[in-house]
Design a protein. Structure first.
Length: 139
């Protein structure tokens, strides 16, 4: 059995960050090369450097692509709707289903945020609880 400790998690985070930086570098290089190849000849625009290509990518993402998944992720943590739906699902799970969920989500590495003793049943709820009859009929 592999040990999933801090160093293992840190390795995944580092790999993820390197993939993001690498992807940004490749896309920025592509933008820079295409811009410098086409736009000065076609429209008489000046050539751009690598940092300007990164800026152009960010600007175009903001203007044309919106915030995409980052926008959804920011609101997921703050949105009561998502939390309420997850709380309802958690409450409707049997103890065996909760354990299976925990094993799949955490791989047996212990309790994380939102699971086990730190989960919805361990916190005092800010909203009204659903009566048992409604919870059974709700699902």
């Amino acid at each position: 059995m592999r040990e999933h400790g801090f160093h293992h998690h840190r390795g995944h985070v580092l790999h993820f960050l390197l993939m993001i930086v690498g992807g940004l570098a490749i896309f920025s290089l592509g933008v820079m090369l295409l811009w410098n190849w086409l736009l000065p000849t076609l429209f008489g625009l000046p050539q751009i450097d690598f940092l300007q290509a990164i800026g152009l990518l960010v600007l175009s993402r903001l203007l044309f692509g919106g915030l995409g998944h980052a926008h959804a992720l920011m609101h997921m943590g703050h949105g009561g709707d998502f939390r309420n739906r997850m709380r309802e699902r958690w409450e409707q799970m049997t103890p065996e289903q909760r354990e299976q969920f925990h094993e799949r989500f955490h791989g047996g590495r212990g309790h994380g945020r939102g699971c086990g003793k730190h989960g919805p049943e361990g916190r005092e709820r800010q909203s009204e609880t659903i009566p048992t009859e409604q919870a059974e009929n709700h699902g």
